[in-house]
Design a protein around this ligand. Structure first.
Ligand SMILES: Nc1ncnc2c1ncn2[C@@H]1O[C@H](COP(=O)(O)OP(=O)(O)OP(=O)(O)O)[C@@H](O)[C@H]1O
Length: 275
């Protein structure tokens, strides 16, 4: 299977502190990869490195083309990178002075000629992206008139409008109600060839992704003095075994089959109750 992104020996340093250490990660084309881990582990940092918006302190980030040829992500011009990778960061302010449609249209900038304005075809793409997140009727409304969850959906619509084969989403389900959490991930799964997303909801992670990577610390390493690394990688049912969840999240858990649907769910409980 060809790779769309590859991290080799990637480390990250922020504010004079080592955050990630020697991360190796392959993202194959056509996969849904979930990044999980406790607060402050380094998930956003890893995603920003994959997106090419943060330079690693060591190691190499490579991007693969349709034929599977890998090249250094830094050598790719930023406009070309933005035609191949859409990145939606964790928290983003929707500018009050922009209409919702104008903000979503920013996702089209890499696809248009420099300084050109989008025509009616571009407006249709923007409308379709807003429609996919249930906000088509808000296209001409100022951004600051949206609720928190609606703002999040509008920012995600901008990522959809960018129309890239690879989409990187940092906590896409933040601020969303339960129905939109499920629907939004499905929308992106249908539009993106390859999807990498960070999530905190481990039950959602178990059901939605093909593969999970846990960012954390091996047993015995003090998180306050050591950078994190990938401590588990593989199919969700393996990565979210009771043993792994206890070791990396400090809680008890059990995977149980849904009584009516052909899927498993993860029940979380305080660690003592598992005895
Ligand atoms: N600009 C920065 N300068 C210094 N330290 C930073 C900076 N950004 C993040 N950090 C630190 O890097 C570590 C990893 O942060 P990151 O945001 O990647 O974690 P995360 O796993 O995404 O966390 P969360 O689940 O809380 O969103 C944290 O300890 C954080 O305090």
């Amino acid at each position: 299977m060809s790779l769309v992104l590859r991290l080799s020996g990637v480390s990250a340093r922020l504010g004079g502190r080592d955050i990630l250490h020697q991360v190796d990660l392959d993202v194959p084309a056509g996969r849904r990869l979930g990044i999980i881990g406790v607060n402050g582990a380094g998930k956003s940092t890893l995603l920003r490195i994959l997106a090419g918006v943060l330079q690693p302190s060591a190691g190499e980030v490579q991007i693969g083309d349709a034929s599977g040829q890998l090249q250094n992500l830094r050598r790719l011009p930023s406009r070309e990178r933005a035609r191949r990778i859409a990145f939606v960061p964790q928290e983003e302010v929707v500018a009050a002075e922009l209409l919702v449609g104008e903000m979503v249209a920013l996702g089209r900038v890499p696809r248009t000629r420099p300084w050109s304005r989008g025509g009616s075809a571009e407006r249709e793409i923007v409308r379709a992206a807003l429609d996919a997140v249930g906000l088509a009727d808000r296209i001409d409304v100022p951004g600051d008139q949206l609720s928190g969850g609606e703002k999040r959906r509008a920012v995600l619509a901008r990522g959809l409008a960018q129309d890239c084969p690879v989409m990187l989403l940092d906590e896409p389900t933040n601020h969303l109600d339960v129905a939109w959490q499920l629907r939004l991930l499905q929308v992106f799964a249908e539009r993106a060839q390859t999807l990498v997303a960070t999530v905190h909801d481990l039950d959602l992670a178990l059901r939605f992704f093909d593969e999970l990577a846990v960012i954390g610390w091996p047993a015995g390493l003090d998180p306050s003095t050591h950078p994190a690394r990938i401590v588990a990688l593989g199919p969700p049912t393996d990565v979210l075994s009771s043993r792994h969840v206890a070791a990396h999240f400090g809680v008890g858990s059990v995977q149980v089959p849904h009584p009516q649907l052909d899927q498993s769910h993860l029940l979380i409980h305080p660690r003592e109750e598992s005895r």
